[in-house]
Write a protein that binds this ligand. Structure first.
Ligand code: AMP
Length: 122
């Protein structure tokens, strides 16, 4: 069970990736975002788009992020999906928020998953 803190934990794994303390398999980067392959893919294609700024989750991001950062994340998802060849057959984006979602890494990120039919949510 994940225990998520109220404050941003600078020792979370994505913070370490952003500080180049641990490697990632980078797909895309811009001023506000970094995208890389998930280390334990749950689909044939499974990428993560994370913010460079420290937000705990989408809830935190939606409250505090500047509009240009929100645009950047939205656009990055589209760019990464296209780069990974997911446009034709489609894909799923997901962002887990807090305990009930099963969020493991307390740094805001979107999952991009595809490469097979993803099934019905529910
Ligand atoms: P979530 O449960 O939404 O917080 O998802 C966290 C995701 O991060 C999981 O799919 C993990 O497989 C992935 N992950 C954890 N550590 C790494 C890492 N070092 N590099 C890439 N992906 C990672």
């Amino acid at each position: 069970m994940s225990t998520l803190k109220e404050y941003y934990d600078t020792q979370n794994v994505f913070a370490k990736i952003l500080r180049n303390e641990i490697p990632c398999s980078k797909i895309y980067e811009d001023e506000f975002t970094l995208a890389f392959h998930d280390i334990a893919p749950k689909a044939p294609v499974h990428a993560l788009v994370i913010t460079k700024n420290p937000y705990i989750s989408f809830a935190d991001f939606s409250k505090r992020a500047a509009p240009e950062e929100m645009v950047a994340v939205t656009k990055a998802i589209g760019v990464v999906a296209a780069k990974l060849g997911l446009k034709e057959n489609g894909y799923r984006i997901t962002s887990n928020i807090g305990h009930n979602s099963g969020q493991e890494v307390p740094h805001f990120h979107f999952h991009i998953m595809g490469g097979r039919p993803m099934g019905i949510i529910g």
